[in-house]
Design a protein around this ligand. Structure first.
Ligand SMILES: [Fe+2]
Length: 344
């Protein structure tokens, strides 16, 4: 142990208790000695127990049939999520409006993030209905097991298979050690060639086999050569998934106007596209409260703050990059249509 580590321990401990996940940046979470004694797997089991307690009080957010499907599979899928007329109007609004957007490049994939705070939604009633769709907002809250304000973007994913740098999201992985939710309301048909979202049904639960696999990963994750794995988003091979007794992944080749909400603590991957593709969807994400037995009031739901997480996120990203003198991961690309070609 280095002398400097003594000063870092209180920060590492606070991060551990707040739901931190990085093995490489946190000497407690990444400690081989502590993980040999079960720190990581016990933390996972406790987070799962607490999430189950919180979720049991959030039944109002999702109907019984979807809750039952989620309990077994780890995701919810709803076709024709928006009424047909609202969906048609939403496409018209997107076709005739430009939005301030930010782009990120990972491998050969450019993802455009368009924040949709209340001031952007004013005057766009169909888009506003989509953002506030009960199955979208409620599905995220139920699957994440927390009544909080999700971060919401319009997501444009532009892939070019000619750019052969592999997108890190195309490897099967779990986002973090605790239940966490992501949702997509797909606005265009997703064909198998477009690289659809893949999810391994039932992989959201801590079975004996998952626990053993997690235990093995936790011993060496801090020094793993894959930075995402070392940061606590464990990558997994298809052979390991099979060995865990999990079923084959489901590829979400779905028609437009389908809503998918998934617990991305379960194993998932972005499919690899075999042709230049543009996927367009309303995207939401929610994660909080790893170890709380109840869902605490979320100040971000207060009027004036509600619906603005994406706006705050891009502002914070840019401020933090400026302070560190680094190029931000999200680049401001100005005002454009959500279906415009990639700028980056
Ligand atoms: Fe992920």
């Amino acid at each position: 142990m280095k002398a400097l580590d003594l000063f870092r321990y209180p920060l590492w401990l606070a991060d551990l208790l707040a739901g931190g996940k990085s093995f490489k940046n946190n000497g407690i979470i990444g400690s081989e000695w502590l993980n040999q004694r079960g720190l990581h797997v016990k933390r996972m089991a406790f987070a799962e127990r607490m999430a189950d307690l919180r979720r049991a009080r959030l039944n109002r957010f999702l109907d019984a049939e979807d809750r039952e499907f989620f309990a077994t599979n780890g995701y919810v899928l709803k076709h024709n999520a928006l009424p047909t007329l609202t969906f048609k109007r939403l496409l018209e609004e997107l076709e005739t409006t430009t939005f301030r957007a930010w782009e990120m490049k990972q491998g050969g994939t450019v993802t455009r993030f368009t924040p949709l705070p209340p001031k952007v939604l004013a005057g766009l009633p169909a888009l506003s209905d989509a953002v506030n769709l009960p199955a979208f907002q409620g599905g995220l809250r139920y699957c994440a097991s927390v009544d909080g304000d999700p971060i919401v973007f319009m997501h444009t994913v532009l892939t070019d298979p000619a750019d052969d740098k592999r997108d890190p999201q195309t490897f099967f992985h779990s986002d973090t050690f605790q239940p966490t939710a992501k949702a997509w309301l797909f606005l265009k048909d997703v064909e198998p060639e477009d690289g659809p979202f893949n999810y391994v049904p039932g992989s959201h639960r801590l079975t004996r086999a998952r626990r053993d696999w997690e235990f093995r990963q936790s011993l060496s994750a801090a020094k793993h050569k894959n930075g995402h794995h070392a940061a606590g988003s464990f990558r997994i091979t298809e052979a390991d998934l099979e060995e865990m007794g999990l079923p084959a992944p489901i590829a979400m080749n779905v028609p437009a106007n389908t809503l998918v909400v998934a617990d991305t603590h379960g194993f998932h991957a972005r499919g690899r596209s075999s042709r230049p593709a543009l996927r367009l969807g309303l995207y939401g994400s929610l994660r909080k409260s790893a170890f709380m037995p109840f869902s605490p009031p979320d100040p971000l739901l207060l009027p004036g703050l509600r619906g603005r997480q994406a706006e705050f996120y891009v502002a914070l990203q840019s401020m933090s990059a400026k302070m560190k003198g680094k190029k931000p991961a999200l680049i401001d690309v100005g005002e454009l249509k959500v279906t415009a070609p990639a700028v980056r």
